[in-house]
Design a protein around this ligand. Sequence first.
Ligand SMILES: [Zn+2]
Length: 236
Amino acid sequence: MIIIYPKFIQPLFNKLTPLEDGELKTDVEALAAQEKFPLDKLFVIDGSKRSSHSNAYFLGLPWGSKQIVIYDTLIAQSKNVKEVVAVLGHEIGHWYLSHTTKLLVINQAHIFSIFTLFSAFVKNKSLYNSFGFYNEYPILIGFMLFGDVLKPTDAVVGFLMNLLSRTYEYQADAYATKLGYGKELKVSLITLHKENLSALNVDWLYSAYSYNHPHLTERINYIDEVEQELKLKKKE
Ligand SMILES: [Zn+2]
């Protein structure tokens, strides 16, 4: 899917055009070169065609060169080039810290464990018996019962996955802040939050359980903390 999606599926829904020469392109290329990010091509995607959701991401296999895709909405909504570059600083942080590869491996392991459990489960007659199936063991019923049994354990797994994903988000924010984009990243996060119509304020426990990204206020507070630490280090 990593190979097929951007080449064949995404173009069915969105148009990707190479980023025009200019300040943004120069700055992103400079940042990529500085961080040794294997940048191949830079694209703009017409995200505005479907919604005002805006962001940026990169494509490519873990070991190969990569394409950076920026939403046209992110460019349009940002007040200056540095705000866009700040978001890319965050994305490059994900790459630098191998977050995408780690999550890919963990997700594969998760799916593999679910299939393994399912195959053990669907052959176990005692469960069918507990639900009144004695003579027949239809696979569809096994599938539904498995879903019910999986739900509570998967809630725990989901929580742990969110915890990991949130940790990675904080780390990528810290990375961009250390590159000197803390101020712009905060502005960009606020802009994205507004444009994406995200929840205004969320209880920390709800956020920890339900969101794979920390909430806006959590991220801004964290970036402030990192900036504060950097200032203290400079003074020393
Ligand atoms: Zn991120």
